[in-house]
Design a protein around this ligand. Structure first.
Ligand code: SP5
Ligand code: ZN
Length: 347
C-alpha cells in the first residue's frame, strides 16, 4: 500500500455478460471492441495488488434507477433484446434507423423492436447482447452500494462500473453506456444535501449534464476534449451552463487536442474552485481513464505522473468522495492510472 490506506472497492463479475463481438464506429466494424471486459480485469487486478479490499454490491430495487431514467427505457433494456430476437433480429443488436429530433411532430416508435431500439439508442457504438442488461443493472447496484458506503462515513469509495454510464440520459442511451450510474448515485445522495458530479472522462458527459440541467441540487462540472474534435461532438461547449433553477450549476471546461499534465491540472483547479463555491456535501467523480496520451479514442495527452496529482487535488477538496468508473481504453494504462489516482484518497 503506497498511499494513505485502502479504499473500499465495489465490484462483481456480472459485467462479463456484456461482451459484444464488435461495435460500429464511423460505419466500420471494430473488433475486438474498445469497451471490453478486459478493461475491468486490468483495473481490478491492479487495485487488489495495491492492497485495496474488494466487496460485492448489495441489491437495490428500481426506485433509485427510475428516479433518473424513464421506466419505459429501463423496460426496453430489460426486455427489448428478447423481442428483437423473436422478430428475427441478429445476435448483436445495433440500430440502423434512428428517430431524428426534427422529424415531423417528433415521431413515435412503432411496435417493432427495430423502431424501439432507434428510439432509445443514439449511436451505433453501443451493441447489445443477451447479457447487456444484467451488466448495466449490476453496475447501478455497484454505484448505489458505493454511494451508501460514503453516506455511512467512508471518506472515499471506488465502484468498478462497467459498461460506463455518463453518455446515458433520462430517456436515451449510447456512447457505450446503458444506465448513468453517476447520476443515479448523485440523485440518491441528494437526500443528504447538495451533490457535485465531477466528470473526468475525456468525453463530455452529455447524459449527466442533461439529467441535472435544470436541477439546482446537483452541480455538474466536466473536463473533457473539445467537442470540435471529440465525441460526443454536440455538447460540452463552455457556454453550456444549465437552465432555469439549474442555471449556473453546470460548468464545462473543454480542453484542446494534446493537452498535457500542467494545463490539465490548472483546469482541474478551476473546476475545484467552482465546486468549493457550490459547497456540496458529497463529491461523485465520473472517472474516465481515457485522458492518457495512449488512449485510442481520446484527445488529451496525460502522462502517468498526472494521476497521483489528480488524486491529491481530489483529496484536498476534503469531501466524502464516490469514484465511479467511466471510460478508458488503453489497457496497459488502466491499472496504474486507477491505483495512482486512488492512493491519495483514502482516510
Ligand atoms: C464512456 C466513453 O468513454 N464513451 C466513449 C464512446 C465513444 N464512442 C465513439 C468512438 C469514436 C471513435 N472515433 C475514431 C477514433 C479513431 N482513432
Ligand atoms: Zn470517454
Amino acid at each position: 500500500m503506497s498511499g494513505r490506506g485502502p479504499v473500499p472497492v465495489v465490484a462483481d463479475d456480472t459485467h462479463r455478460r456484456h461482451d459484444p463481438p464488435f461495435e460500429l464506429n464511423a460505419g466500420q466494424s471494430v473488433s475486438p471492441v474498445w469497451e471490453s471486459p478486459a478493461r475491468h480485469d486490468r483495473i481490478l487486478t491492479a487495485l487488489r495488488d495495491a492492497g485495496h479490499r474488494v466487496s460485492a454490491p448489495d441489491e437495490f430495487d428500481d426506485a433509485a434507477l427510475h428516479a433518473v431514467h424513464d421506466p419505459d427505457m429501463v423496460a426496453f433494456l430489460r426486455d427489448g433484446y428478447t423481442a428483437w430476437r423473436d422478430a428475427g433480429g441478429p445476435e448483436v443488436m445495433i440500430a440502423d434507423t434512428f428517430r431524428h429530433p426534427r422529424m415531423g411532430g417528433g415521431g413515435r416508435p412503432s411496435a417493432s423492436p427495430f423502431a424501439q431500439l432507434g428510439w432509445w439508442c443514439f449511436d451505433t457504438a453501443t451493441p447489445l447482447v443477451e447479457g447487456s442488461f444484467a451488466a448495466g443493472r449490476s453496475s447501478v447496484d455497484i454505484a448505489l452500494t458505493a454511494a451508501s458506503l460514503a453516506a455511512d462515513g467512508a471518506p472515499a469509495v471506488y465502484g468498478l462500473t462497467r459498461p460506463p454510464g455518463h453518455h446515458a440520459g433520462m430517456d436515451y442511451f449510447g456512447g457505450f453506456c446503458l444506465f448513468n450510474h453517476a447520476a443515479v448515485a448523485a440523485r440518491w445522495l441528494t437526500a443528504g444535501g447538495r451533490v457535485t458530479v465531477l466528470d473526468l472522462d475525456v468525453h463530455h458527459g452529455n447524459g449527466t449534464q442533461d439529467i441535472f440541467w435544470r436541477d439546482p441540487a446537483v452541480q455538474y462540472v466536466s473536463l473533457h476534449g473539445d467537442p470540435d474534435h471529440l465525441y460526443p461532438f454536440f455538447t460540452g461547449f463552455a457556454d453550456e451552463v444549465g437552465e432555469g433553477p439549474g442555471r449556473g450549476t453546470t460548468r464545462n471546461l473543454p480542453l484542446g487536442q494534446g493537452t498535457g499534465d500542467d494545463a490539465y491540472l490548472d483546469a482541474l483547479q478551476v473546476a475545484i474552485e467552482e465546486i468549493d463555491r457550490f459547497a456540496p456535501t458529497t463529491l461523485v467523480v465520473s472517472l474516465g481513464l481515457d485522458t492518457t496520451a495512449e488512449d485510442p479514442i481520446g484527445s488529451l495527452a496525460l502522462s502517468p505522473a498526472a494521476y497521483p496529482r489528480i488524486g491529491e487535488a481530489l483529496s484536498d477538496v476534503g469531501l466524502p468522495t464516490v469514484v465511479l468508473q467511466e471510460g478508458g481504453y488503453a489497457l496497459d494504462r488502466l491499472g496504474p492510472s486507477a491505483v495512482a489516482l486512488l492512493a491519495p484518497l483514502a482516510g
